[in-house]
Design a protein around this ligand. Structure first.
Ligand SMILES: Cc1ncc(COP(=O)(O)O)c(C=O)c1O
Length: 395
């Protein structure tokens, strides 16, 4: 048995990844909990039906596959419990709908994943919830934005595309002093590289679509909560009827088993490529918090134990056609949204877009890279061709 109390976090997590949520004795000895397909659960007799206290009562409310996944993610995050949803965005919207109501005020990081922002501005605003966007680098000064009706402070660290690392402990201390809950989208770090609940969050959200699945073949969301936040979240969660597909939950569980080794490789290769890009004349700034001297590096060192494969660069000013020439000449990097799979991806973005002005100091266009599990020298060679195309199209 691993000594989980030894303080050797890395060893404990690696062991948890292999063992958490598995109950072979309940599955005829088979190593993995299988896909339980089902809506109806049969009760043994009328008394059991009336008592309504069986472990499973209806497919939407739980199956052994779902329970195995919940147990495993909760154990990794040191959480009171875990719930899942059909996508990362559904996990975000469900969480917000469970916790806020008319007349409430939300403080949301300006660097948030854009569809979450749109959900607040369109859906929650229509329900009478007021969302205010704050500078992701605000730290403890968020105390000055707290209002009597601030119910929730939402963080995402590092921020989507622009990669700002947030001072979560300072934000959480101010939020809690004002009576608000703290929710953080911890998808980038996963429970392996940031223990968000230990850093002050009450609730951590994961797009399981990314590293938990790990193969770009599922949509899945997960939420974990501490003892304080769990009862309210759990009580309301099932009222929305959003349950993840049972095949997706199985694949999420299977992805978890190898997430540690995949992430270690993503981290190593992404840092290698980031260092290489930092030396390139076409690149203005590399936004990778794990990179020495990069924005957010000190906070990352304090609060994270690793970095995943996603980071951005700001290029020196270049016309859109030059950036497109670069992207069109990449052979190994696919052009596509999402990330967290085994393959490398690139996507262009305008860092000032979808932000509250004045938001951004750099003039050049952004490109977000996901570094996959390919051989890193092959990736650099591919990028070198792309950057040469960029330079040729610019001159
Ligand atoms: C940080 C972050 N959170 C949440 C999501 C939403 O996840 P999903 O695509 O599974 O809805 C994404 C998707 O890209 C994301 O990047």
């Amino acid at each position: 048995m691993a000594d989980f109390a030894s303080g050797d976090r890395k060893k404990a997590d690696a062991t948890k990844l292999a063992h958490a949520g598995r109950h072979p004795a309940e599955q005829h000895g088979f190593v993995n909990t299988p896909v339980y397909r089902g809506s109806t659960v049969l009760y043994p007799d009328a008394a059991a039906l009336a008592a309504h206290d069986m472990a499973y009562t209806y497919g939407r409310r739980g199956t052994p596959t779902m329970e195995a996944l919940h147990e495993a993610i909760a154990e990794l995050d040191g959480a009171a419990g875990c719930l899942t949803a059909p996508s990362g965005l559904a996990a975000i919207s469900n969480t917000l709908l469970c916790l806020v109501g008319a007349g409430d005020h939300i403080l949301m990081t300006d660097s948030v994943y854009f569809p979450a922002r749109r959900f607040c501005d369109r859906v929650l605003a229509g329900f009478g919830v007021d969302t205010e966007y704050y500078d992701p680098l605000i730290g403890g000064d968020i105390a000055g934005l707290m209002r009597p009706n601030t119910r929730l402070v939402y963080a995402e660290s590092p921020g989507s595309r622009t990669m700002e690392v947030q001072d979560l402990p300072a934000i959480a201390a101010a939020a809690h002093a004002g009576g608000a809950l703290v929710v953080v989208d911890n998808t980038w770090a996963t429970p392996l590289y940031c223990k968000a609940l230990d850093k002050g969050a009450d609730i951590a959200i994961y797009a399981g679509t990314k590293y938990i699945g790990g193969h770009s073949d599922i949509m899945l969301g997960a939420v974990t909560a501490n003892e304080a936040a769990w009862p309210d979240l759990h009580a309301a969660w099932f009222d929305f009827g959003n349950c993840a597909g049972t095949e997706e939950m199985f694949l999420g569980l299977r992805g978890l088993r190898t997430m540690g080794v995949r992430l270690a490789r993503h981290m190593q290769s992404a840092l290698d490529v980031a260092r290489w890009l930092a030396e390139r004349p076409e690149v203005d700034t590399v936004l990778h918090p794990g990179l020495e001297g990069a924005p957010g590096h000190e906070l990352w060192r304090r609060d994270f134990t690793g970095a995943s494969g996603l980071f951005s660069v700001i290029l020196k000013p270049a016309p859109r056609a030059a950036v497109e020439a670069m992207l069109d000449n990449l052979r190994l990097f696919g052009l596509g949204y999402s990330w967290g799979g085994y393959e490398s991806l690139a996507i262009p973005f305008d860092p000032a877009e979808r932000r509250t002005p004045p938001a951004w100091a750099h003039a050049g266009p952004g490109v977000r890279f996901h570094i996959g599990l390919e051989e890193v020298d092959d990736l650099k060679a591919d990028l070198a061709v792309g950057l040469a195309s960029l330079a040729a199209a610019r001159s």
